[in-house]
Design a protein around this ligand. Structure first.
Ligand code: C2E
Ligand code: CA
Ligand code: CA
Ligand code: CA
Length: 278
């Protein structure tokens, strides 16, 4: 099943066995969710730190479980990636996000979205076609769409990923390097992929007020990204003091619970209350 003509020997107590069992547990649930429309997107605002205005929203996937329980992507996305179900989810996310934009009232035609693509999205040539077709069909401006990619997202096939990013960018869509600084080759990625935004990983932001190492790291990442002509986004912004520090470092955008949690309805994130924070 894993290909490459390999034989894997498992010990019952092996972590891999337990992980494998958990993966197998998710397979019918994910298939059912795709078929019975039990997946949905929630939207979290990304705010321009200079003006306090909402720049765009990040779409984050959820699954409906039994008894209206909401299942987080951390629970099923890794399993979907390993079990070959992620392509269907990626295509679902792309189509749903574009439909969402197309369905907004005319006075919200300026709203744009960032969506997350899985680590194997770029192996799939169908992705480009789906994006192109869907944009054409709905008349949604490609500029209203940003794709967030993570280090692993491009890792599997560097050349193919780069090629795909260039083609999707040519349509007018934008790209963000997600979880920047958290992986092993963040700088390599920055060098190799033409992205518009660098999204500094939340682990460096969460304790920014107290952690001097984080302060140095975030300040430096912001400077490097800015010098390379990229816009910077900080995630996990939770306090007013953090906002102040990020502005001081010249970070362009912020995202986090202080501005708004991910919600089903855009109007729930109130930009007036955000302005008061700035
Ligand atoms: P991510 O792309 O890095 O998304 C940021 C995560 O941080 C989200 O968790 C968000 O709800 C959470 N978050 C936002 N603000 C704060 C804050 O102030 N403090 C803290 N502690 N957390 C905050 P979520 O929605 O559970 O998503 C987790 C991960 O699942 C995402 O990380 C992304 O890697 C993946 N994911 C989410 N939606 C999709 C999707 O549609 N497709 C794919 N392939 N992956 C997705
Ligand atoms: Ca993201
Ligand atoms: Ca992130
Ligand atoms: Ca993350």
């Amino acid at each position: 099943e894993n290909g490459r003509n390999m034989l894997w020997l498992f010990n019952e107590n092996d972590v891999a066995v337990k992980e494998r069992r958990r993966d197998i547990y998710w397979v019918p649930l994910i298939k059912k969710a795709l078929l019975e429309k039990e997946l949905f997107l929630v939207y979290q605002p990304v705010v321009a730190l200079s003006s306090g205005e909402i720049s765009h929203y990040e779409a984050l996937i959820r699954m409906k479980g039994e008894d209206d329980v909401v299942i987080s992507p951390n629970q099923f996305i890794p399993a979907a990636e390993r079990m070959g179900l992620i392509h269907s989810i990626d295509l679902w996310v792309v189509e749903t996000a574009i439909d969402f934009l197309a369905g907004l009232p005319a006075d919200m035609s300026h709203v744009s979205l960032a969506i997350n693509l899985s680590s194997t999205a770029f192996q799939e040539t169908k992705l480009l076609q789906t994006i192109r077709d869907k944009l054409e069909l709905t008349w949604v401006d490609a500029k209203r769409l940003t794709f967030e990619i993570t280090e692993t997202a491009a890792f599997q096939n560097y050349e193919k990923a780069r090629d795909m990013i260039i083609k999707i960018r040519a349509l007018g869509c934008k790209f963000a390097l997600d979880d920047f600084g958290a992986g092993f080759c963040s700088f390599n990625y920055l060098k190799s992929f033409p992205v518009d935004y660098v999204k500094i990983d939340g682990q460096f932001i969460q304790n920014l007020n107290n952690d001097e190492t984080d302060q140095v790291l975030v300040k430096s990442m912001a400077e490097i990204a800015a010098r390379l002509g990229k816009k910077t986004i900080a995630e996990f912004v939770e306090t007013p003091t953090t906002i102040k520090k990020l502005k001081e470092y010249g970070i362009d955008f912020g995202q986090g619970y202080i501005f708004g949690k991910p919600e089903i309805n855009l109007l729930q994130s109130n930009s007036m209350s955000i302005m008061n924070l700035m």
